[in-house]
Design a protein around this ligand. Structure first.
Ligand code: NAX
Ligand code: ADP
Ligand code: K
Length: 480
């Protein structure tokens, strides 16, 4: 598990650590770590670093200070380093130290600034880090040179022009190949759209660890999923590993039910029950002979968790099923059309006694709670406070919040998943995890991890049923 801390937490931890360290020590640790990451990467790209050129983009604050002091280390390794000041100020003492070590300094507005960038093998973005909260305004020629260079572009702490806490990217934000993050992972390094601008994130330890508590976000990794994903024990039977109920599909969207049941059944619960009209049951059993049909929730028999919504439509019959399901005393995941149905009735979700998971994409989220704002984590947390439910917001970074709990962000998957029906598979997978007894937020986040990993594992173009086909191999590896 990777813990992520916001700028207030990082600044507070830095302030505490500074009580035990010499003045300027933390910046030296950061600058040395940054230089090392750049040297290693440059070495593997060019086969050596001597004789290379570097351009530093230097802002007025601590971020620019890190860039200038890292320049001192680069100069000592035989790299020619030119600093371009963005503005008139620079971090006290850093510019002098850089010049003493042999660095040259110009202004970003100099006529030859763009040439310095395009001739560089390494561009270090030290315009702003934790203090970045607005667009980056560089001369067009320099912005163009940064955007088109083949050089290694390394961001100091965060790419300039991204909001470190929310993951928002402002105009002109720098697109880095690599980011050296100091002391902690920051929200922008795991949240869309900023995380894409970070490139490969390298952790530089500056000793903040003992001073950081209560992360803002956690990111589950493969080892976490392997440890928590339920598997059978020697004395398991079909009722002990969880029974999933699925209500999905309609005459208009029959495939949604097939994919949702497939996602559930291939995640290996003890049993999957499908509730629908007789012709729908026939279709499901033709696709998944191991599924068990019933025509109503009441007739379905023992079920540990329900998945309700994919492709079920929003007609009166669907509305009545969703409303009556609110009183089910087992975990329920509401997805797709069920979310649309509930959007008129959001506050009724509070009536639910058993755990509830909502899995909206941003359009469904807007219908339920209003548009996702500039701070998506805050938007999702507000939705959990309002409903008392676990809310999983889908998208290029999936955010899972629970009432009173920590926020989980999923990093697996990619835009390969932007194809119809992948969400139906996801809700089936989460349903299996819920039925096996995982706590609702963990089930949702672990389901999102598995779902994304299936896409990552799949070679070539992906359609939703491919995810189901990838499940057995993934589960076999996970449980090995
Ligand atoms: N506080 C500490 O103990 C440490 C801080 N470190 C570095 O210091 C950074 C934080 O320093 P600061 O608080 O000075 O903040 P920053 O240097 O990140 O940014 C603040 C300054 O940049 C300007 N700025 C913001 N956005 C800009 C833009 N788009 N274009 C031009 N200028 C812009 C602001 O007006 C302000 O003057 C960290 O991200 C990290 O790089 C590290 O040296 C580690 C230790
Ligand atoms: N650009 C993207 N990057 C990563 N994941 C994505 C992207 N677009 C969609 N996804 C994922 O694909 C799935 C789509 O679900 P959804 O929108 O409900 O589709 P459908 O209703 O067609 O099944 C979600 O898990 C979502 O997180
Ligand atoms: K930066």
């Amino acid at each position: 598990m990777r813990s992520v801390y916001d700028s207030t937490q990082v600044r507070a931890a830095e302030a505490r650590l500074k009580e035990f360290t010499a003045p300027g020590e933390l910046m030296q640790r950061a600058a040395y770590g940054l230089a090392n990451e750049c040297l290693n990467e440059l070495h593997s790209r060019r086969g050596g670093v001597y004789g290379a050129r570097a351009a530093l983009l230097v802002g007025p604050g601590g971020n620019g200070g890190d860039a200038l002091y890292s320049g001192v280390w680069l100069l000592r390794r035989g790299i020619a380093v030119h600093a371009l000041l963005v503005g008139v100020k620079s971090y006290p003492g850093a510019r002098e130290a850089f010049v003493r070590a042999g660095g040259t300094v110009g202004a970003i507005s100099d006529a030859d600034a763009a040439t310095a960038v395009s001739r560089a093998d390494l561009v270090i973005d030290g315009i702003a880090g934790l203090g970045s909260s607005r667009s980056v305004e560089l001369p067009d020629s320099v912005a163009e040179a940064i955007a088109t260079t083949d050089a290694l572009v390394c961001a100091v702490d965060l790419p300039s022009g991204v909001n470190g806490d929310t993951g928002q990217a402002y105009d002109g934000a720098i697109h880095a190949d690599m980011t050296a993050t100091f002391g902690a992972w920051k929200p922008a390094q795991v949240l869309a759209p900023a995380r894409r601008l970070c490139g490969d994130v390298r952790f530089v330890d500056i000793g903040l660890g003992p001073h950081l508590t209560d992360p803002r976000i956690d990111v589950l990794d493969y080892a976490d999923i392997a440890a928590i994903w339920p598997g059978p024990s020697y004395d398991s039977h079909k009722y002990s590993t969880g029974v999933v109920g699925v209500i999905a599909g309609s005459a208009q969207y029959p495939g949604a039910a097939v994919m949702c049941v497939g996602g559930a059944i291939r995640s290996k619960p003890g049993m999957v029950r499908y509730v629908g009209a007789p012709d729908a049951i026939e279709r499901i059993v033709a696709a998944w002979p191991a599924a068990v049909g019933a025509t109503s929730i009441d007739d379905a028999g023992r079920t540990n968790a329900w998945v309700i919504g994919p492709g079920m439509g929003t007609d009166d019959a669907a509305r009545s099923v969703v409303r009556s399901s609110l009183s089910l005393d087992v975990p329920v995941i509401y997805d797709a059309d069920a979310l649309t149905i509930l959007s008129g009735d959001v506050d009724r979700l509070r009536e639910r006694q058993a755990p509830t998971v909502l899995t909206p994409h941003s359009g469904e989220f807007a219908r339920l709670f209003g548009e996702v704002g500039d701070d998506p984590v805050e938007s999702v947390k507000a939705a959990t406070r309002r409903t008392g439910c676990v809310v999983l917001l889908k998208g290029p970074s999936t955010i899972v919040a629970a009432p009173g709990g920590r926020v989980l962000v999923n990093e697996t998957g990619s835009s390969k998943l932007a194809t119809a029906g992948t969400g139906d598979v996801l809700s089936g997978i989460i349903g299996a995890a819920l039925a096996a007894g995982l706590p609702a937020q963990i089930a949702a986040a672990a389901g999102a991890y598995v779902h994304g990993a299936l896409a990552d594992q799949h070679d070539g173009p992906l359609i939703a049923p491919d995810l189901i086909d990838e499940l057995p191999a993934f589960m076999a590896r996970l449980q090995a």
